[in-house]
Design a protein around this ligand. Structure first.
Ligand code: ATP
Ligand code: MG
Length: 237
């Protein structure tokens, strides 16, 4: 469980990026943070990851205050828009890398790599290097590498925004399918309404640092909390 209690982030130059947000993400839930550019989505995600500290308020992980817990002590994995793969390593070694760092023996390692790779549809390119893959395949490798250690919490920041729309639609279904299959709690950031409404168990909609509405796609679309949410989602009136 992730709990944000009155979380505010004010940057040194005075920018209020996040303003008193309260949000719960339940175990196994796929939560999408949705809002326009600059509304504070990445800042929220970075505070959950431990890459930024809240100015005030509490970030709790599984009921424990985590405000100053370093990222490596949180059981999280993160995928960004500009996923960086190791160009000199094969796909298989890229995915296995976190397991190797964790000191896992070659045999369970190989099996877990091939399980994750086949779930992501890249089981047949394990011996290639990233330079020999399509953009979509590279994104799948980045996801495989993030998820191979079975993190307790999976954080994704606009992971599909560099891909074309056909591929994006295909990967949406794959990502939500895979995280549900693994039962991993996920916070997924996007500015794309359709992406949010198709992937989420619940959607949290932000505007200028403030949380406007939280609910299932049906709830936020059908009964938007504010006029802003209605306009942003294009809800029928
Ligand atoms: P996008 O969709 O464009 O990625 P976002 O919703 O992720 O936007 P954030 O990156 O969280 O938005 O930024 C929220 C606000 O905080 C913006 O006004 C941004 O300019 C500001 N901001 C972000 N990082 C810093 C920083 N290190 N110092 C000062 N202001 C910052
Ligand atoms: Mg962002």
């Amino acid at each position: 469980t992730v709990t944000l209690k009155d979380v505010t982030k004010v940057f040194r130059d005075g920018t209020v990026a996040v303003d008193s947000i309260n949000l719960d993400v339940n175990d196994g839930e796929f939560m999408v943070l949705l809002g326009p550019s600059g509304c504070g989505k990445s800042t929220v995600l970075r505070m959950i990851a431990g890459l930024e500290e809240p100015t005030t308020g509490a970030v709790m992980l599984d009921g424990e205050l985590a405000n100053d817990l370093p990222p490596r002590d949180r059981k999280i994995a993160m995928v960004f828009q500009d996923f960086a793969l190791y160009p000199h390593m094969t796909v298989g070694d890229n995915i296995a890398f976190p397991l190797r760092l964790a000191g896992i023996e070659p045999e369970p390692r190989g099996e877990r790599v091939s399980d994750v790779a086949s779930a992501l549809g890249i089981g047949d390119v394990l011996a290639r290097k990233p330079g020999q893959l399509s953009g979509g395949q590279r994104q799948r490798v980045a996801m495989g590498r993030a998820i191979v250690r079975r993190p307790g919490l999976f954080l994704m920041d606009e992971p599909l925004s560099n891909l074309d729309s056909g591929l994006r639609a295909e990967l949406r279904a794959e990502i939500s399918g895979l995280t549900r299959e693994l039962g991993v709690t996920t916070v997924y950031v996007t500015h794309d309404q359709a992406e949010a409404l198709t992937m989420a168990d619940r959607v949290a909609i932000m505007r200028r640092g403030v949380l406007q509405d939280v609910g299932t796609p049906t709830q936020v679309y059908g009964r938007p909390a504010t006029l802003y949410v209605a306009a942003f989602l294009g809800s029928p009136r």
